[in-house]
Design a protein around this ligand. Structure first.
Ligand code: F6P
Length: 327
């Protein structure tokens, strides 16, 4: 193997740069030419590939976002798009691809690999889980999740100060798509009074009861951490207002994209670097389609089909702890 390429795809996540940097530098150290592809699969279709040397990834390990830029490509999601991507890769002589992204990005990688196989050819590829959502079942964590949770924790501290001062209840909406992990981990770490996640059916009466019970105990200010997969903060506010009337002052905040930016945590930087080394090693061994992850602090890899077939499980233990100790 001589030439490999790396791309970032889907929503950006802190730690993607640390992964790109390590793929480039470790790849070069193993005698490979490493190409960066700009703007994910969309850039691949446009032939936006260029060779990266070690200098080109200097000063990036601590930066959020992705220096390669990212995109969600509708064109690549078609059979024609996959064929075009194959042609670009072969024209550049790329023999292996590292994809840093989430579920959708891995499915794209799988389609590409199937296309090579359908032509009687092989193609080495490896996926590094990069999404703040932590919604991939085969891995304990995905890149960016730890940083996003720390960002939410810092926001919760600020929100708590002002809500306590005004005796207000605040609904804090966090990202995660259909997965409640950002909400769960940040609510537990931030001492939120209520956690609402898509994995647990919404019981609005229980939320009202908790607010009232806390008031009786002398606590006039609660934090409700709401995962976007349940509903949005304004809708929840209306549901609560219908029941509480003027009993309690309610506020909402949607944390939004601040969760996706920012310097990666130490965990995400180390995790990114470990995954990148595994990815390059997989390509060098002509690994035909693997996804990489972490289980019990060990870096693991599985065939794409196998990895993607594993359903994300909800961490009931953490949910129960949070419920038991919330004030
Ligand atoms: O997948 C990451 C994520 O930030 C989700 O948590 C969120 O629902 C979505 O991306 C937002 O996507 P967009 O960047 O298209 O607004």
């Amino acid at each position: 193997m001589n030439k490999i390429a790396v791309l970032t795809s889907g929503g950006d996540a802190p730690g993607m740069n640390a992964a790109v940097r390590a793929v480039v530098r470790y790849g070069i150290s193993r005698g490979l030419k490493v190409f960066g592809i700009e703007r994910g699969y969309e850039g691949l279709l446009e032939g936006k590939l260029s060779e990266y040397d070690a200098r080109r990834v200097s000063d990036t390990v601590h930066r959020g976002g992705t220096i390669l830029k990212t995109a969600r490509s509708a064109r690549f999601a078609t059979a024609e798009g996959v064929k075009d991507a194959y042609e670009v890769l072969t024209a550049f002589g790329i023999e292996g691809l590292v994809v840093i992204g989430g579920d959708g990005s891995f499915r794209g990688m799988q389609d590409l690999q199937h296309y090579f196989v359908s032509r009687g050819e092989t193609f080495a590829c490896a996926g590094i889980p990069g999404t703040i959502d932590n919604d991939l079942g085969y891995t304990d964590f995905s890149l960016g999740f730890d940083t996003a949770v720390n960002t939410v924790l810092s926001a919760l501290s600020n929100i708590r100060d002002t809500m306590t001062s005004h005796d207000r209840v605040c609904i804090v909406e966090v990202m995660g798509r259909k997965c409640g992990d950002i909400a769960l981990y940040s609510a537990l770490g931030g001492g939120a009074e209520t956690i609402l996640v898509p994995e647990v059916p919404l019981d609005i009466e229980a939320v009202v009861t908790r607010i009232r019970r806390n008031k009786i105990k002398g606590k006039n200010s609660d934090i409700i951490v709401l995962a976007e997969g349940v509903t949005d903060a304004e809708t929840l506010k209306t549901l609560l207002k219908d029941r509480l009337g003027n009993e309690q002052s309610l506020r909402t905040i949607k944390l939004g994209y601040i969760q996706r930016g920012g310097a990666p945590s130490s965990f995400d930087r180390l995790f990114a670097s470990r995954c990148a080394v595994r990815a390059v090693d997989i390509l060098l061994n002509n690994g035909v389609g693997s996804v990489i992850g972490i289980k019990n602090n060990e870096i693991i890899n599985l065939p794409i089909d196998e990895g993607l077939a594993i359903k994300k499980s909800f961490n009931k233990e953490l949910y129960d702890i949070a419920s038991a100790i919330s004030g």
